[in-house]
Design a protein around this ligand. Sequence first.
Ligand code: COS
Length: 392
Amino acid sequence: MTAFSLDPEQTARCARLREQAAERLLPLVEKADEGAGAGAPGRVNRPLVAALGELGLLEDLFTSGALDLCLMRESLARVCTEAETALALQGLGGHPVHAYGTPAQRERWLPAVGAGRAVAAFALSEPGAGSDAAALALSATPDGPSAWRLTGEKSWISNAPEADFYTVFARTAPDAGARGVTAFLVPADRAGLTGAPLAMLSPHPIGTLSFDGVRVGADDVLGEVDRGFRVAMTTLNRFRPSVGAFAVGMAQAALDATLAHTAARDAFGGKLKDLQAVSHQVAEMATRTQAARLLVYAAAAAYDRGEPDIAGRAAMAKLFATESAQFVVDTAVQLHGARGLLHGHLLEHLYREVRAPRIYEGASEVQRTVIAKELYGARPQEPQREKGTPTA
Ligand code: COS
């Protein structure tokens, strides 16, 4: 890929993904909606996860680079947001095991996650610690030489309470902030672990988890004791540009629908697109979508090359793409008029879907904080001289 376009192989892969989403994945979502009632809270669509596995897409999560992950997410999102999110959550919950797990942990869980037989989840947020992730309080108290008991709550956890295992971040050192957090791989059937679904605006399953003295041992630790904040942050570095890709896919779907609608709709003696008030809005939607896409691709490509400033670039990509997608989807609703808000209309669906990504995996405000930290950290501290100021 150059800085400006995908190569033909990547373009062909995106087209194939869109086809697979339309033929294999979308029907499984429509079927679930008929069966369980649209948006049944907290329910994982297991046939959908299994189909993602059969198509080989879940295995790709762990073998492909960040840019390929973005292309997958963008392509699926254009056709079927539910499939996109189911894929992403397998990646978010599974990545800490892939990147930090012991051979035994990897063998036990990664083939099952890749095949879509095991559902993964990433459990960082708590009722009292969202944006301020280092303030998390779920306590891991020692229970013998190398075991702990987990006690406390997690909240807003995607795939809870139906996941098969959770990547759980708990406090092993009180009062140590980010340096006292440990990541654990906790199977869902551990005694003392319960959960409940939450009914949210966002259509994917989200719930709470309650830990009542759940026993974990050294074999359950992901990475090193007290070094779990890094596990969380490096996972987010990888996934944040791809949240942007999800947003770009939704924005493109809204733009495509708007182009079709405004070209066909009769109004004021012509087509809607003949009104400059309409066509200029569409041009703005397309420009912001493309700018977001380029920022996402650039951040992901930088991640794949191992460049040093990836946290800030990932943050910029996520911030700009999710905020732009909100604008694009909202404008698309406006240009569709009332029909865009009809239950079951693509835009009504996207309008609900587009809101949460501005909050999860680091709210827009957190992304600005990450960007600003990097900017000031990298800059010389003394004020810059004005042009022409003598140097001696
Ligand atoms: N990549 C790698 N390491 C990172 C990192 C990143 N993006 N951000 C922080 N770290 C490391 C730091 O290097 C530091 O390590 P050392 O202790 O070894 O020096 C440690 O983590 C603590 O860093 P810092 O003091 O900057 O952390 P803060 O407590 O200030 O947290 C923010 C910073 C706000 C960025 C963090 O809490 C965050 O990302 N919050 C949002 C959480 C989130 O996304 N939740 C949603 C979960 S998924 S739905």
